[in-house]
Design a protein around this ligand. Structure first.
Ligand code: PMP
Length: 455
């Protein structure tokens, strides 16, 4: 059965519930093919994927070498469980590879099928770790406003946006939100916050106060994205994570890095933990581990945490797809590509190139507050006024990223008053210029009231 474009769109509207899409929306972009940074839809339109899908696609689309690996593994062993004493070759090979890549002492791997499952596992692990060590009172989780941690109840409770909580209550109790590190918005930190150092001082003071309020003996862990993605690509000052780590250590509180976006080359290192020179107790990863070719996630777990979890009858939670042989085989092939093609260094170099392009093409525009980036995570902050930094009002019917896609085929994403780019790490200079040019074409017609003039 080959359906034409109109019929596919009609059936989609009739049968698929899309995340974040109102029922009144009629337009559908039905993708059929991908190669490198390019995608093609059923109408034959070509797109430049400057978001890497949803912050992944590290190695780009359409790699047949990964398809071959999946094919071979599926023929040999498509699935068996990893519960109890069962295991499989690929899951073992990948776990040892990840243990090598991750900072010490993160030598243990717990598999999931994605980021949300990973965050749930991490929160449960943190509470269970303390429980096993005789500190069952340690139940509180510290999180931050503007955080995104997936859509499980633990992750939604830790999320720093009302959108993920309103209408879903009751949420998981014992979650407390701190202020996020966002140096551009100095107003968050009181009148005195002029430098990044002031921002960190403010946040560390707040963290210490919150720990004292809740009581250190009641807190299991702090969870945070090393660089906040969905919240708008917020990069903390360099001393933020090392100082947070020091405070948490003093109080026996675990640190969970949610690196679902930042791991596997996105920031020019295997993990953002290395970029910030801070070793958490657990790292949650997904997305880039397979570049999206198949669903997979992996938690990297410290020796001390694993030791507690493995006592007695072991850790009492497991997903059916823990250590899926096809997914882990594809992940191994994906890591090979990242390594052999030097994509960590490429992320740093191409990220700098794309940043410079965005800066030179957009920097002077009235509605552009700043361009910021780490590796291949980039954001363009949209403001109504450069001097006051007032956020640009947005018209939900005509958002800049939608107009950019319709007019140019360049896919970028909106994220809390900024446009966010997280392209495949293999992006070329020509594609980087094309992406920056597409943003310029629309942002130069964007007025401080958020209205975008017709081309
Ligand atoms: N954590 C972070 C930081 C994320 O950005 C995401 C997804 N964007 C998730 C968790 C959830 O991952 P998934 O969608 O694979 O469940």
């Amino acid at each position: 059965m080959t359906l034409d474009a109109a019929e596919l769109a009609r059936l989609d509207r009739a049968h698929i519930i899309h995340p974040y899409l109102p029922g009144t929306a009629t337009e559908r972009v039905v993708m059929t093919e991908g190669a490198g940074c390019r995608l093609t839809d059923t109408e034959g339109r070509s797109y430049l994927d400057a978001t890497g899908g949803l912050w992944l696609a590290q190695i780009g689309h359409g790699r047949t070498d990964l398809a071959d690996v999946a094919h071979e593994q599926m023929k040999k062993l498509e699935y068996f469980t990893s519960f109890w004493d069962f295991s499989n070759e690929r899951a073992i090979e990948l776990a040892s590879r990840l243990a090598e890549l991750a900072p010490d002492p993160l030598n243990h791997v717990y598999y999931t099928s994605g980021g949300s499952e990973g965050v749930e596992a991490a929160i449960k692990m943190a509470r269970y770790y303390h429980h096993r060590r005789g500190e069952s009172s340690r139940t509180w989780i510290l999180a931050r406003s503007k955080a995104y941690h997936g859509v499980g109840y633990g992750g939604s409770s830790a999320a720093g946006f009302p959108l993920y909580q309103e209408g879903f209550a009751p949420m998981v109790p014992h979650v407390s939100h701190l202020t996020p590190p966002w140096p551009y918005r100095t107003e968050l930190y009181g009148d005195q916050a002029a430098t990044p150092q002031d921002v960190t001082d403010f946040l560390i003071r707040e963290l210490e106060e919150r720990i004292a309020e809740i009581g250190p003996g009641n807190i299991a862990a702090m969870v945070g994205e090393p660089i906040m993605g969905v919240g708008g690509m917020l990069v903390p000052p360099a001393d933020y994570w090392p100082r947070v780590r020091e405070v948490l250590d003093r109080h026996g509180i675990l640190l969970i890095f949610d690196e679902v976006v930042t791991a596997y080359g996105r920031v020019g290192e295997w993990f953002a933990a290395q970029y910030f020179d801070t070793t958490p107790d657990i790292i949650v990863t997904a997305k880039g581990i397979t570049s999206g070719y198949v669903p997979l996630g992996a938690l990297l777990v410290g020796d001390h945490v694993a030791e507690a979890l493995l006592r007695e009858q072991g850790f009492p939670m497991g997903y059916t797809y823990n250590g899926h042989p096809v997914a882990t085989a594809v992940a191994l092939a994906n890591l090979d590509v990242i390594e052999k093609e030097g994509l960590l260094a490429r992320a740093t170099a191409m990220g700098a190139f794309l940043h410079a392009e965005l800066q030179s093409q957009l920097g002077e525009l009235e509605v552009v507050g700043e361009v910021r980036s780490v590796g291949m995570m980039l954001a363009v902050e949209l403001v109504a006024d450069k001097a006051t930094r007032e956020p640009l009002p947005l018209d939900p019917e005509r958002m800049p990223h939608d107009v950019i896609r319709r007019e140019t085929g360049v896919i970028v994403r909106d994220s809390a008053h900024s446009l966010v780019l997280s392209p495949p790490l293999i992006m070329t200079e020509a594609e980087a210029k094309e992406a920056a040019g597409a943003l310029r074409g629309v942002l130069e017609r964007t007025e401080p009231n958020g209205r975008i003039r017709q081309a």
